[in-house]
Ligand binder design. Structure first.
Ligand SMILES: [Zn+2]
Ligand SMILES: [Zn+2]
Length: 466
């Protein structure tokens, strides 16, 4: 379990259940072109899943262990969801708070305070739990539950929109109990934990400030649900008071960055907490253990384009440590085109497979071939002076090319040549290859590239994928 030490305080993130929400609603008016760079859609290699547009979200209640008390911030999805509800909300991992507490040596009964930043079902679902006997009870029976009075009133009298998220069953056992403590405005929970009323997301939304000496952390809850929501304008469509949410986020981000504080995230599948610099770059983070493996974004890792060779083998070469290894892609044949590879050196890189054996792209590009170093100079824009063209490239593959010579051929099979041409793409790119002649037929010469094994020409790779 991931944790963070803050002076004499220890913080842990528990599993409050995982689910999926539409990427669009999580980023409000921000276009997918922008948000998907920071937050990939689940299984984005799977075109059907990509079209569905769901993103994975965590619910990570924060356990704060101070020298004198145990505070739980949020309660997760709980264990009362029916199978149908789990389907609707696409729950991919169940609530495991009691189990997580046990791993840390605690019981549910040990929690002194439960802070609810607001009463949406994804935060309040674990207030009341189903017990082993099938009945319902308070999950944290000895805890005082700290909720803003405004929030509680709204949760008790939901409107046509909020009744989708304020569910009576989450409050049933709390309503008439002594465990409920309604507060107004800012409130000190214990020595190192206080809440501040914000509104923005909901009318009674509150945030949590945690400190020990000079070390500080902010749990901004749904004002900053993930690190990708740093831009004050990137707010959720769920926010009830968007303009307030924007200015509150601005205010707390400025304050937190000024205080060199940690920001903790309740919904982020990539990291539980981070520190930002003033530009909003993540400079320190507590990453989610599984994040790097399961939701590694294609955009953040180097990608190689590989042709699958005979017998479905590919030769991999790590871009960092240059370790070369052979791998069979039998089981991916014709199906999965993108794979991530974890090199023993710790680097993760992506490979895009081209299953079309010896795929050759038909082209018609003026070029120059020579058996010595007499290739003429090129103009700055990559154009070959037309007078120097002595061949026309007819086809290109990852392994070689074929061209027709414009004059009488003086080469033989086995000769080494240099071939130079400019790819007909935007921007144009000069390609210069050393080749060995494999076939000659009249004016047509078929060549194979002379390259170290495992070398991948990314420029050509991109060009051929188009
Ligand atoms: Zn919410
Ligand atoms: Zn939420």
């Amino acid at each position: 379990m991931e944790s963070l030490k803050l002076g004499d305080i220890e913080m842990f993130w528990l599993n409050g259940g995982e689910f999926e929400l539409d990427g669009g609603t999580m980023f409000g008016v921000v276009t997918k072109v922008l948000w998907s760079k920071k937050f990939p859609v689940v299984d984005e290699e799977d075109s059907a899943r990509l079209e569905e547009n769901y993103i994975k979200l965590l619910n990570s209640p924060l356990l704060i262990k101070t020298p004198d008390c145990l505070v739980l911030v949020e309660t997760g999805l709980g264990n009362k969801l029916s199978d149908k509800q789990k389907k609707i909300f696409r729950v991919t991992r169940d609530w495991e708070i009691p189990q997580d507490l046990k791993k840390l040596g605690f019981k549910r009964q040990d929690i002194d305070y439960v802070i609810l930043t607001h009463c949406d079902f994804d935060h309040a679902g674990g207030i009341v739990m189903r017990n082993a006997a099938g009945g319902e009870e308070l999950a944290f029976p000895h805890a005082r539950h700290i909720i803003q009075k405004l929030e509680w009133e709204d949760a008790m009298h939901p409107n046509i929109r909020s009744e989708n998220t304020y569910w009576p069953e989450n409050f049933s056992k709390l309503k008439d109990s002594d465990n409920l403590q309604l507060i107004e405005g800012n409130f000190t929970v214990c020595n190192s934990v206080e809440v501040q009323h914000t509104s923005g997301h909901t009318r009674g939304h509150q945030i949590v400030r945690i400190w020990s000496g000079k070390e500080i952390a902010y749990h901004l809850a749904d004002l900053l649900p993930t690190h990708a929501h740093f831009n004050p304008l990137w707010i959720m469509a769920y926010d009830n008071f968007p303009m307030d949410a924007i200015s509150l986020k601005q205010k707390y981000e400025e304050r937190g960055i000024h205080e060199n504080a940690w920001f903790t995230f309740y919904h982020d599948p990539f990291m539980y907490a981070c520190k930002f610099d003033s530009q909003g770059h993540v400079v320190k983070k507590i990453a989610h253990e599984a994040a790097q493996k399961t939701v590694a974004s294609k955009k953040d890792i180097p990608i190689q384009y590989l042709n699958v060779q005979k017998e479905n083998q590919i030769i991999l070469s790590c871009p960092d440590c240059l370790l070369v290894r052979e791998m069979s892609v039998d089981k991916h044949m014709g199906r999965k085109h993108f794979l991530t590879v974890n090199c023993p050196c710790g680097t993760t890189y992506g490979i895009n497979l081209n299953f079309r054996k010896h795929y050759r792209k038909e082209v018609s590009i003026g070029g120059y071939y020579t058996a010595d170093d007499s290739a003429p100079g090129w103009t700055d824009d990559g154009k070959l002076p037309s007078v120097s063209i002595n061949c026309r490239i007819k086809n290109i593959s990852m392994g070689g090319l074929g061209f027709t010579a414009l004059n009488k051929v003086r080469v033989q099979v086995g000769d080494r040549l240099k071939v130079k041409f400019t790819l007909d793409k935007v921007p144009p790119e000069i390609v210069e290859k050393e080749v060995v002649v494999r076939t000659i037929k009249d004016y047509y010469i078929g060549c194979e590239f002379i390259e170290e094994s495992g070398y991948t020409d990314r420029t050509l790779g991109f060009y051929l994928m188009k």
